[in-house]
Design a binder for this molecule. Structure first.
Ligand code: PHE
Length: 338
């Protein structure tokens, strides 16, 4: 048999085999091995090249290569033939239908701002500390220099549960942390706080605070101002200015409130800053020696600054949200926007 007729026979045989694959009676891989495998029929024909006269060899080689290319292409098509039974399913499928959307969640705006605040203070060397939301009067008030029946307690409308309080600020974490760790201390205390206030556009019975505490041997008001100014510029942009106004907190002396130049009008005056050009952002001050005494730190050796801010207030300013209650309702139409 000439090589030519051998190739013809092989093609015919392949035609029959591929019909079997299409009919689901055989599978493509089996056929591939039979023809193109290392010991397959095509390899068999190649091995006969030696017995072909030298002058005919180039033409024979070309014919065999063509055969191989042809079979490879056909096998490629055959391996895409759906297995029996699968065929019908594919025909039933409407490829023009829209796919199933995978609903993606988003990070709550309050969490986003808390993360951003933590990041900024992380650069200043603060680590994060957590304290309990249900606490005793001692940690929430007394150790923070609110004497019993002192009118300063009225600043914070407190929820009481028996002998416990729902913390009104994250300052309780300062006390827990200092009682458990020797100075120096540099912590950030984020978390939920509770106040028994009338619910309105601007206040809710529950909100979030981030408080900072830095205690070391030579911490001054200048450190406080420098660090908080850096914080304000990192959060609101380089152009923002800060100012400190005298204030009062039982646990800091002196105490201040920090304002930032209005992020909406740049300080010119608008209805958001009520034409003051400034927005109040946080409370701060130098830790009162009485607080150090209650945690057994020597106030003649240690000094510190502390600050505390409401996260909702900052989120409202940054995102332009006008009603604090939106943060607690879990309405996806609101949450999807962040
Ligand atoms: N705890 C204060 C508040 O809730 C904020 C504050 C913290 C002020 C630390 C000064 C220092 O209003």
């Amino acid at each position: 048999m000439t090589l030519h007729s051998a190739i013809e026979t092989l093609r015919e045989q392949f035609g029959q085999d591929s019909r079997k694959v299409r009919a689901g009676e055989s599978d493509a891989e089996q056929i591939r091995v039979k023809y193109l495998g290392r010991k397959g029929l095509v390899a068999g024909l190649f091995s006969k090249m030696g017995s072909i006269p030298a002058t005919d060899r180039p033409a024979a080689g070309q014919a065999l290569n063509e055969l191989k290319t042809y079979l490879t292409g056909e096998l490629e098509k055959l391996s895409n033939v759906p297995a029996k039974g699968e065929e019908d399913k594919r025909e039933d499928m409407d490829y023009t239908l829209p796919g199933d959307p995978f609903p993606k969640g988003s990070i709550h705006p309050i969490t986003q701002i808390m993360e951003e605040i933590k990041d900024i203070f992380h650069h200043l060397g603060f680590s994060v500390a957590y304290g309990p939301e249900i606490d005793t009067d001692f940690y929430n008030f007394e150790a923070l220099n609110f004497p019993p029946n002192h009118p300063a307690r009225d600043m914070q409308d407190t929820f009481y549960i028996g002998d416990s309080v729902l913390r009104t600020h994250t300052s309780n974490t300062q006390i827990h942390h200092m009682m458990e760790h020797d100075p120096p201390v540099k912590i950030l205390a984020p978390g939920r706080v509770y106040r028994h206030e009338d619910i309105s556009v601007r206040s809710y019975c529950l909100f979030h605070q981030v408080e900072g505490l830095f205690v070391d041997k030579a911490v001054t008001m200048a450190d406080l101002k420098g660090d908080l100014d850096y914080f304000a510029r990192s959060l609101f942009g380089e152009r923002v200015k800060t100012r400190f106004r005298p204030s009062y907190f039982p646990f800091t002396e002196p105490s201040a409130e920090m304002d930032v130049s209005c992020i909406f009008c740049g300080g010119k005056g608008c209805n958001i800053c009520k034409y003051a050009g400034w927005l109040e952002i946080l409370g701060c001050g130098m830790v009162d020696p009485e607080v150090f005494k209650s945690v057994h730190y020597d106030p003649t050796v240690w000094q510190g600054y502390a600050f505390g801010m409401g996260v909702e207030r900052i989120a409202m300013l940054k995102f332009g949200v006008e009603d604090i209650r939106l943060f607690f309702e879990g309405d996806v139409r609101f949450l999807r926007q962040f």
